[in-house]
Design a protein around this ligand. Structure first.
Ligand code: NAP
Length: 321
């Protein structure tokens, strides 16, 4: 059992930014990294839109985040949270595979994952033609032909963004009606680079001899016809899945499972904060998540200042339990 002033759950940009701010406030935060250090960022081939860096890989950025926070006294733990108890108020219990933490404040930055198609070839070609982020990877498809899977706002917004680079963007949707808002629909339908393939699902993503995507195998769900469509890239926008299941029944979420926070990144539990993609279903950028994490870190610092008189010394609290 360890008692901490601040426990941060998640090692994406929001988590590291929260760690930086709370570490520089001398709070010695512990950041529980989860199963994949850096989350979605570490899987990003190249990042060109994080301020101050013209180009670096996601993994490089995560390593910089880690050495920065450790320099100021944050502790990064390679472990995953298995259970939390926020029901009795602060201090909260956070259990990992290897440790139990008693935390005066908790900052939840556990992120969301792009929903996967779960078809053969998808996992294999991530970063080699398969992408879940047009803003991150569109630039690498200049003059290329790409397909986009999905029919919601993200699919259309990202398709429009991709037309800045790609020669053509074909939107593959499983129905013949788009879920996206009418304005986006109208902009997409007017764009000469965008075409639609209706009532169609991707059955497989196929690679070429060079190890990158060369085609998709499609199935028309109405006629049953199966055929190959050559493409240089497959952008998948079929929604995100926030990793909020572990907090079910404790932290309030919206209908899509995103944790609800106020402008100070406070959740419904006093002393528990959330930042980044676990509570933001709109922006999903490294830079915006980092900003939100910094703000959540500052909110936790303020919370600890306001409750200074009630906080138990760290050693005493552990002996009592
Ligand atoms: P979404 O609205 O849930 O749309 C997901 C799309 O993917 C739907 O068209 C869905 O098809 C399709 N889909 C889901 N699972 C699939 C599967 N296994 N195979 C093939 N297709 C599948 O997700 P989103 O577009 O990411 O949007 C999420 C939220 O963010 C929404 O509330 C949206 O309004 C908001 N958002 C807003 C903006 C904006 O306002 N500018 C931009 C982006 C996102 P069906 O239609 O058949 O269900």
């Amino acid at each position: 059992m360890q008692k901490k002033r601040v426990v941060i759950i998640g090692s994406g940009p929001a988590g590291f930014a929260a760690a930086l701010y709370t570490a520089r406030a001398q709070l010695k935060p512990v950041l529980i990294a989860g199963n994949a250090l850096g989350g979605q960022v570490s899987q990003t081939h190249e990042i060109e839109n994080y301020l101050g860096f013209e180009s670096l890989s996601g993994m490089e950025l995560v390593q910089k985040f880690q050495s920065h926070v450790e320099h100021f006294g944050a502790q990064v733990v390679y472990d995953a949270v298995t259970e939390v108890d926020f029901t009795k108020g602060s201090p909260f219990t956070v259990k990992t595979h290897g440790e139990t933490y008693l935390a005066d404040t908790v900052i939840v930055t556990i992120g969301a994952d792009p929903r996967k198609l779960k078809v053969p070839g998808e996992a294999e070609y991530i970063g080699r033609g398969v992408s879940y982020c047009g803003t991150c990877d569109g630039f690498f498809f200049r003059g290329k032909d790409v397909v986009v899977v999905g029919g919601g706002d993200s699919a259309l917004e990202e398709s429009l963004f991709l037309t800045r680079f790609a020669n053509s963007v074909n939107i593959i949707h499983r129905r013949d009606t788009l879920r996206a808002g009418v304005q986006l629909q109208s902009r997409a339908k007017k764009n000469e680079k965008i075409s639609f393939t209706w009532n169609t699902v991707v059955e497989e993503i196929l690679g070429g001899d060079d190890g990158s995507v060369r085609a998709v195998r499609l199935k028309n769900v109405q006629t049953g016809e199966v055929y190959e469509k050559p493409t240089d890239g497959v952008f998948i926008f079929i929604g995100h899945v926030p990793n909020s299941q572990i907090f079910a029944g404790q932290l309030a979420t919206n209908d899509n499972g995103y944790i609800i926070t106020d402008q100070r990144y406070r959740t419904n539990v006093d002393g528990v904060f959330a930042a980044g993609e676990i509570q933001d279903e709109i922006w999903r950028q490294v830079i915006t998540s980092a900003g939100q994490g910094a703000a959540a870190g500052m909110s936790a610092i303020h919370w600890l200042e306001e409750h200074e008189d009630e906080l138990q010394p760290l050693e005493e609290a552990v002996q009592e339990t």
